[in-house]
Design a protein around this ligand. Structure first.
Ligand SMILES: Cc1cc2nc3c(=O)[nH]c(=O)nc-3n(C[C@H](O)[C@H](O)[C@H](O)COP(=O)(O)OP(=O)(O)OC[C@H]3O[C@@H](n4cnc5c(N)ncnc54)[C@H](O)[C@@H]3O)c2cc1C
Length: 444
């Protein structure tokens, strides 16, 4: 008899954890992703700011799963699903399934203004990180070039230099805060002595948050401390600030024009179109409302995990203490990983004719955000840490979760070097790289 066929769409945290958990199951598994790599997103900002290179935080899906004999990896993009026919549509062909796991993640949401995306890229993929790194480095290069033309730059040139050296970040969640802190240290330390005509340390880093405080998912005390630390690094933090538009010259905030050479987006998110593919019920950000076993109503063979799923589940902290009532799970890596493993167990048991697993509960290990080179905030739910201690917790857990031993070792060495020298390693601009063409001509 032919083994049932499981298709997993998305090789991120959720999809990969499901694929690995199905390793010895009597199933044929196909993992489909439009990218050929699994990306450790929590450290993507380090690629965007020249601290690490792409291959240190990403691994080819094919090689990660090479020892798993029951799995096929397909580099392709899913464009739709016919749930009644149990078929996944790819760009040029259709593939049938017996079970389907959707783990397609999210995208940044430009509040209905998708045209802002080209002026204010968000950090989602390795290409984005590469493009953002080029954008940041080119802003310094252009400012230097203008300043070098005259001994005493005219007013227009001075204005342009100031614009180029202004970096505006929209959204002060983890990504915005981490980028702001790193950019501040990059300009104050790593680039401080590299230019002859501009003072890289004069770069302005502006962080805008529409809500009343930064890191809204964290306890208020940690938000306050993170803000104080960012300000000590020279970041200008604006809360209750509504960004009204973005264009090639900068942004409009609460009716006020802010010229900025680089605008980076880290505000709201929207789920992948998986909800539309299935015609399933979604929340307002497009996440699919799932049943307690993560299946989709009317389609018990279709499961959704990770950022694409709206999940309400009981939660326990690191000490095993249960939350008083079920909670909506956050869009971070741990729920995606744990949900992927759970769904693999559900499918396996169904195929083997065994009883279904006990109801899912989320093991909440807390949240961590880094705010500069040696400062972090950590909410482990039963206890909170700030400063260097939190940074050590951040470093240990992030290195531990990096895929592949070689990566871990490399990253540790890179960090050690950066720590000692305060310099950034990845600062080379390649003229041929498409990312640079995009930077020079955003319309390209
Ligand atoms: C910059 C950044 C920093 C972050 N930092 C942290 C952090 O510090 N800690 C933390 O816990 N979380 C962090 N997160 C959130 C975390 O990365 C996500 O919650 C997690 O990746 C969700 O896992 P997922 O499997 O749902 O989706 P993802 O990991 O996003 O994977 C989705 C996969 O689906 C693929 N895909 C999408 N659409 C299609 C399609 N149509 N066809 C084929 N393939 C498709 C994508 O290529 C991708 O590989 C961060 C996110 C970002 C963007």
């Amino acid at each position: 008899m032919v083994a049932p066929h499981v298709i997993i769409v998305g090789g991120g945290f959720g999809g990969l954890s499901a694929a690995r958990a199905l390793r010895r199951a009597p199933l044929r598994v196909t993992l489909i992703d439009k990218r050929n790599y699994n990306l450790f997103r929590p450290m993507l900002y380090q690629v965007a700011t020249g601290l690490l290179s792409a291959d240190e935080i990403a691994g080819p899906l094919r090689s990660i799963l090479s020892r798993q004999k029951n799995i096929d990896v397909l580099l392709d993009e899913v464009t739709g699903i016919s749930a009644k026919q149990r078929t996944v549509h790819l760009k040029n062909r259709d593939v049938p399934y017996d079970f389907l796991i959707l783990a397609t993640g999210i995208r940044y949401n430009y509040f209905g203004h998708d045209e802002w995306r080209r002026f204010a890229p968000g950090l989602e993929s390795l290409d984005d990180a590469d493009m953002i790194r080029s954008k940041i480095l080119l802003a310094f290069e252009r400012a230097e070039e203008i300043a070098s033309r005259a001994q005493a730059p005219e007013e227009a040139a001075t204005r342009e230099i100031r614009r180029l050296l202004t970096f505006a970040l929209v959204g002060a969640g983890t990504v915005g805060v981490e980028m702001a802190g790193t950019l501040a240290e990059m300009s104050r330390l790593a680039l401080a002595h590299d230019f002859r005509h501009i003072d890289a340390r004069s770069a302005r880093i502006l962080l805008y948050e529409a809500g009343p405080r930064i890191l809204p998912a964290y306890p208020e005390t940690l938000s306050r401390k993170a803000k104080k630390h960012l300000e000590s690094l020279g970041v200008e933090v604006f809360t209750n600030a509504r960004v009204m538009s973005v264009d090639s010259d900068g942004i409009l905030v609460d009716g006020q024009r802010v010229p900025a050479g680089t605008v980076l987006w880290g505000a709201g998110v929207v789920a992948s179109p998986a909800g539309r593919w299935l015609g399933a019920e979604t929340d307002k950000s497009g996440k699919i409302m799932v049943e307690p076993d993560f299946s989709v109503r009317d389609y018990p063979e279709v499961f959704v995990v990770g950022d694409t799923a709206h999940v309400v589940a009981p939660v326990r902290n690191l000490l095993g203490i249960k939350s008083p009532k079920p909670m909506v799970l956050p869009g971070v890596a741990q729920p995606a990983i744990q949900e992927g493993e759970y769904v693999a167990d559900v499918i396996r048991r169904r195929v083997e004719g065994r009883a279904q697993p006990k109801p899912f509960w989320y093991w909440d290990k807390g949240e961590l955000a880094i705010v500069g080179r040696t400062y972090a905030v950590a909410d482990l739910r039963f206890s909170r840490f700030t400063g260097f201690v939190a940074w050590v917790i951040w470093a240990v857990t992030h290195i531990y979760f990096l895929i592949g031993f070689a990566n871990r070792l490399f990253v540790l060495l890179q960090w050690g070097l950066t720590f000692l020298t305060k310099r950034r390693r990845v600062r080379v601009l390649s003229a041929e790289s498409p990312s640079e063409r995009n930077v020079i001509d955003p319309a390209a």
